[in-house]
Design a binder for this molecule. Structure first.
Ligand code: NAD
Length: 324
């Protein structure tokens, strides 16, 4: 008999905190750079039904002994049903036998692992004296991003802009909860004030122009995870030192895809953040540098946080056991 542990969405939210996700994502980025963890090719297809995009992200982390796949995608009609548009489930397998070991709800974990990714970039690349956090985007992911970023520096203020301004109050409420001043600003003003900028939108054209970004800024561009999407002016990538979770994704489906296609940046110019975590790249060289993290989202992040969810749920006696 094969025993499978089931960890639902509610339990994931209960047991996996921001700090747990940060540690798991930081460790797996480091393992990827050491060649001990590998993402497999992503499958993402339009179903031709319910306007849905469906796919798989999978990989194997030899260092963490984690093998699995996240399956799911995007169902735009879900909002009308009272459901989240992004739906996913993580399947973990025993790397020694291939037997299914756990089924884990992937919706909360996707948000928390994506926020952990930009938080890791801020921890390693932003100036230590950063005071103003700029948020571009105010959708589902944005509040997770704001909370995780706020833990990385002694921020005093949040400046925010969103193409749909009516969505900004959700960010204002989180900023207030975190004890941070909040100001809704134009994108130019955001660039003029912010020391760290997170972009987390579904944009297909630049929302921030290169000239609006001050020297010394760190940007975490988190929204572009598909061919064609774009959040910032490609010339900004030529001006910045560019980092990413995985170079292969960055130059094909990430923010760097456009700068690479236009010949402004080469794949060799993009550094995996794991190199900075492992100490083989210095990261930010000078205070006046612009650093840009292209967070494309890799399957190993999902598997890492799902594995933590299983461990913590088991420890607390909250995982449901089923025979398969
Ligand atoms: P959401 O639907 O809740 O919010 C969408 C956001 O994008 C809002 O701020 C909205 O105002 C803005 N927006 C919508 N259409 C736009 C357009 N045409 N131009 C500019 N802005 C537009 O989505 P979400 O769950 O918050 O996700 C935001 C983005 O992050 C999506 O593109 C999603 O695919 C991406 N994402 C990336 C990762 C990763 O690992 N990098 C993980 C999860 C989500």
């Amino acid at each position: 008999m094969n025993e499978v542990l089931i960890v639902g969405e509610d339990i994931c939210q209960q047991v996996v905190g921001q700090g747990d996700a940060f540690a798991a994502v930081e460790a797996v980025f480091a393992a990827m750079h050491r060649g001990e963890a590998r993402n497999f090719p992503v499958v993402r297809e339009a179903l031709g039904h319910a306007e849905a995009l469906y796919g798989f992200k999978s990989g194997f982390d030899r260092a963490g002994h984690v093998l699995g796949v996240k399956s799911g995608g995007y169902w735009p009609g879900n909002i009308e049903r009272g459901l989240t548009n992004h739906q996913s489930t993580v399947f973990l397998f025993d790397p020694d036998t291939g037997q299914l070991s756990a089924l884990v709800g992937g919706n909360y974990l996707t948000a928390v692992r994506t926020a952990a990714s930009s938080a890791v970039s801020i921890a390693y690349l932003a100036r230590k004296d950063a005071k103003v956090l700029g948020m571009v985007g105010a959708g589902h992911q944005s509040t997770f991003q704001l909370r995780a970023a706020a833990a990385q520096r002694a921020f005093e203020k949040v400046v925010a802009w969103n193409p749909h301004p009516e969505m900004l109050p959700r960010l204002a409420a989180v900023a207030e909860e975190l004890g941070l001043d909040f100001e809704a600003v134009s994108p130019q003003e955001l660039g003029a004030q912010a020391d760290v900028i997170i972009t987390i939108t579904s944009a297909y054209e630049p929302l921030l122009l290169a000239d609006w970004i001050r020297p010394g800024t760190h940007l975490a561009c988190m929204g572009t995870d598909t061919k064609g999407k774009m959040e910032v002016d490609p010339t900004l990538l030529a001006r910045a030192t560019v980092f990413t979770d995985e170079v292969a994704q960055s130059v094909t489906i990430g923010e760097a895809q456009h700068a690479v296609a236009q010949g402004l940046v080469r794949a060799d110019d993009v550094t995996p953040i794991g190199a900075v975590i492992n100490g083989s790249h210095p990261g930010r060289a000078q205070d006046a540098d612009i650093t840009l993290f292209d967070g494309t989202g890799v399957g190993l992040q999902d598997l890492a946080v799902a594995s933590v969810a299983v461990q913590l749920a088991s420890q607390h006696g909250l995982a449901v056991r089923a025979a398969l």
